[in-house]
Design a protein around this ligand. Sequence first.
Ligand SMILES: NC(=O)C1=CN([C@@H]2O[C@H](COP(=O)(O)OP(=O)(O)OC[C@H]3O[C@@H](n4cnc5c(N)ncnc54)[C@H](O)[C@@H]3O)[C@@H](O)[C@H]2O)C=CC1
Ligand SMILES: O=C(O)/C=C\C(=O)CC(=O)O
Length: 362
Amino acid sequence: MATTREADPTHDFIFTAQPARVVFARGSLQRLPQEVEALGARRALVLCTPQQRDQAQAAADLLGALSVGVYDGAQMHVPIEGARLAREHARAVGADCAVAIGGGSTIGLGKAIALESSLPIIAVPTTYAGSEMTPIYGITEAGLKKTGRDARVLPRTVLYDPDLSVGLPVAMSVTSGINAIAHAAEGLYARDGNPVMSLMAEEGIRALAVGLRGVVRSPSDLAARGDCLYGAWLCGTVLGHVGMALHHKLCHTLGGSFNLPHAETHTIVLPHALHYNTQAAPEAMRRIARALGSDDAATGVHDLAAELKAPLALRDIGMPESELDRAAEIALANPYWNPRPIEAQAIRELLRNAWEGRRPGD
Ligand SMILES: NC(=O)C1=CN([C@@H]2O[C@H](COP(=O)(O)OP(=O)(O)OC[C@H]3O[C@@H](n4cnc5c(N)ncnc54)[C@H](O)[C@@H]3O)[C@@H](O)[C@H]2O)C=CC1
Ligand SMILES: O=C(O)/C=C\C(=O)CC(=O)O
């Protein structure tokens, strides 16, 4: 079962950098044709959700003859049925590159295609989920979300353009930003952490805490949107380089098995997961609290979410109270590392508190 020690990421680490090309600038979307050509591709399939078809069509228009069209079949948690249809379409149009313009669902569809075809992905993120910076894929089959790591799914190029996230609704911006903060928080106590990722994690949390407040004050504030996207890049990079633990396991369980909205689930669960791990990872908690400008990591995240009017309770996003026991069973089913041992009763209590939306420690 899990061992219990906070890794010492300063004097005991292995750091293997992932390959990535990141272009971060307002208007960087205009570089799309040259970035497709730089990969040696000539037939780019533009992926999106139905809601973002306009943005995808604009990207396809920019590509001109380099595009083989738009495919708007992206769905949250990447159901296997949708992945198969997208793989079939990519083959049918002879795509040699996927351009995923959207959030983690769209990038996740690109990853599902690449997992089978090794198609290179250019990611154009429009949320703060951070999937563009990781070799992690997630595919949901028969009500269970399975995740894995594979170099084939790591996007080759990422174009961060703050202009593209201006339209992200404020409520979604907040929860997507706290999803990113969760990557960094668990990265700070990762068993395989390292000084580089810890520096990026702390800076990512800081940037997002500042940026999200700015976005709530003024959704069209491009400086704030830029801070959030910068934080998302840092936090997504952490997610891509080090292992996650209890918090992400619980969110995959709740998201994949109970079809709860991803970013909202992260926002609600994170304070409780940090509270669970507080005693076992004091240095990580100190750095999280410092980045938030708070005196405690768990309540700092809770209070940030409350200040930004984010959901605080699982019951408010569709989690049935009657399913809490099953959620605990699934979360306990497969052993994984966590700085504190996974204890059934304590996990059940964590889920109860998250379901009620309690402030940690109250
Ligand atoms: N593999 C990985 O490393 C990661 C994967 N994920 C996965 O990503 C998915 C969640 O991704 P999210 O980005 O949170 O949400 P999402 O990609 O599902 O987007 C949520 C909704 O917002 C819309 N949207 C996105 N950007 C918009 C914009 N700028 N303006 C207006 N509408 C916009 C989308 O079209 C969609 O309808 C989950 O399946 C999660 O598991 C999340 C983080 C990391
Ligand atoms: O579900 C996936 O695609 C894999 C990882 C994540 O979603 C990371 C997270 O839980 O935010």
